[in-house]
Design a protein around this ligand. Structure first.
Ligand code: SF4
Length: 342
């Protein structure tokens, strides 16, 4: 893992609120008061169980949220200081795939089955770069070689269904990186792959990131992927970021009871165990969130006021914030104003 190239803020998300209008008339608060920054060259992991709001956060950044039923009810998402939520669709299209790219868990959802890999890559390159078709084809071939595809001349003529899952994911990475994005969002990019291919793809992504000096936002529920890739980790629970810390600190000294419980569910080589522990209870649905702390029904340290008051995020170290009443004492650093500086 490497530190960010410098401490310049690339992406700043402030007080993001995303809601969904459900068919039964209820409203689901899927992302609630989410704020974070990503610095240039940094790899940040956003982790949490299914339904915690990770993917909706990333789709909001890309402005790919289905609206309706989704709605960004409040907040800003600034890339290099420019609020993406205020851009016209045409201006956002020129940022998407160029300054910010995304890789999805299943490449078939973003690769078009009726076009060859070559056609899709040439189109992606020419959408953002003024080059001829021939030049774009040469660039596409080089990008395929860069992601470790030896028979690039053959693959460029093939259709997505002719490739294996690992090869399709390599192609997706080549497409996502072909315009040298400043930020790559990778949403569970290796979940559908076997462990050997997973390790190759992760290694490849980190190599591409280093070569192109991009930042990466890794969306995952897999803490072993986090440990292998991230500089910093943000843990999400029921629509809120409940802890944000450098990766080593979070693994060695998790503060939020949910983070600590999540880490205990990881297999360990040091401790012999017949059965992995699990966290009792389930994540509350976004249309029926409990009052106060959302983790209270499952928390072993719950206090009476946890059921009544929502904990605010607090910095307990200059680069470590927690949303829990256990850390709300006066010594905790005020949250606002600290975030961009970390
Ligand atoms: Fe547990 Fe209370 Fe902290 Fe929530 S605020 S995690 S219930 S101690």
């Amino acid at each position: 893992m490497e530190q960010a190239l410098d401490k310049q803020v690339l992406l700043e998300v402030n007080h993001l609120n995303v809601q969904f209008q459900l068919k039964n008339g209820k409203q689901a608060k899927v992302v609630d008061d989410v704020s974070f920054v990503i610095h240039k060259g940094e790899t940040v992991a956003l982790v949490g169980e299914s339904g915690s709001g990770k993917s909706i956060t990333s789709l909001s950044i890309m402005r790919l949220l289905p609206m309706p039923p989704g709605q960004i009810a409040a907040g800003t998402i600034a890339l290099n200081g420019k609020n993406l939520l205020e851009l016209k669709n045409k201006d956002m299209s020129s940022i998407r795939g160029n300054d910010v790219s995304m890789i999805f868990q299943e490449p078939m959802t973003s690769l078009d089955p009726v076009f060859t890999i070559g056609n899709q890559m040439i189109e992606a390159i020419r959408r953002h770069q003024k080059v001829s078709k021939g030049q774009a084809r040469e660039m596409a071939l080089q990008h395929l070689k860069d992601v470790g595809i030896a028979h690039a001349e053959k693959v460029i003529t093939e259709y997505p269904h002719q490739l294996s899952g690992g090869m399709r994911q390599r192609v997706m990475i080549a497409i996502a990186m072909c315009n040298k994005p400043q930020l790559l969002i990778a949403d569970e990019p290796t979940t559908a792959l076997d462990v050997t291919v997973q390790a190759q793809i992760l290694k490849l992504m980190m190599k591409m990131k280093k070569e192109q000096q991009s930042a990466i936002l890794f969306i995952t529920h897999d803490m072993s992927v986090v440990a292998q890739t991230a500089d910093r980790v943000m843990v999400m629970y029921a629509g809120q970021i409940i802890e944000d810390a450098p990766v080593r600190e979070l693994f060695l000294q998790p503060k939020h009871p949910y983070t600590a419980a999540l880490l205990k569910t990881m297999p360990s080589l040091e401790t012999e165990m017949t059965r992995l522990p699990s966290i009792p209870g389930t994540v509350p649905p976004a249309y029926a969130l409990p009052e106060g702390c959302r983790f209270a029904p499952r928390c072993p340290f719950v206090m009476a006021h946890c059921h009544k008051r929502t904990p605010e995020p607090r910095f307990i170290q200059p680069n470590h914030s927690v949303r829990c009443h256990l850390f709300a004492e006066e010594g905790a650093l005020a949250y606002e104003g600290q975030r961009s500086a970390t």
